[in-house]
Design a protein around this ligand. Sequence first.
Ligand code: MG
Length: 243
Amino acid sequence: MRVIFLDLDKTLIGEDYSPEPAKEIVDFLNEKGFKIVFNSSKTKAEQEYYRKALKVPDPFIVENGSAIYIPKGYFPFEFPYSREDESYYIIELGTGYETVRKALDEISDRFGLKYYGNSTIEEIIEFTGLPKELAELAVRREYSETIFKWAKEGFQKEIEQRGLKITRGSRFYTVTGDTNKGKAARILIDLYSRIEKVESYAVGDGENDIPMLEVVDHPFAINIPHKRAKKIKTIKELMEVIG
Ligand code: MG
């Protein structure tokens, strides 16, 4: 079985956040029989938007490795999970949003930080370029924050001193609990491996994708240095290099 973990921002999804250009690559991966796992700093609500637009039914990893959403009935066996809702079993690896928010609120004035929690929808649209419809899905945060702007450096250390992790994505900084995209990908690879032998792939373009590239058999890196990864310029190149 082949499983591919895909970063969204600037990997599967381009500058304008439209799912349209991604259809070609999703079709290609479907044809090749891949399980397609989104692994992004985006929220559950945002990822559900892309899953629906691109008709991707597989599990997905939200908020930079903070939680794995597994559709109910997807795996033909029982596995441990943290909580469930109507549609998913959820494996939580990060910390709750309130913890992250509290740490940022403590230092935001000193460093001039702007993030979802202290920005208006209009500001979020200005900082991110998100269309309004998607900005409203991005504010539905469960585990992490995104720092769009800062007036001075040094906030990274303050955040780490509060026991949280701060990682650079392709656009902004993400603040989470003690997790990353690789930790979450590893858990899913182990679950898939209970069905049959897995050949794992991943594509990413940011520093926060490196832990995910580390845990797969076939890593692909867009514009970031990585020893083992095959370098590609855009995700479309996958169609030339994957047989
Ligand atoms: Mg990215």
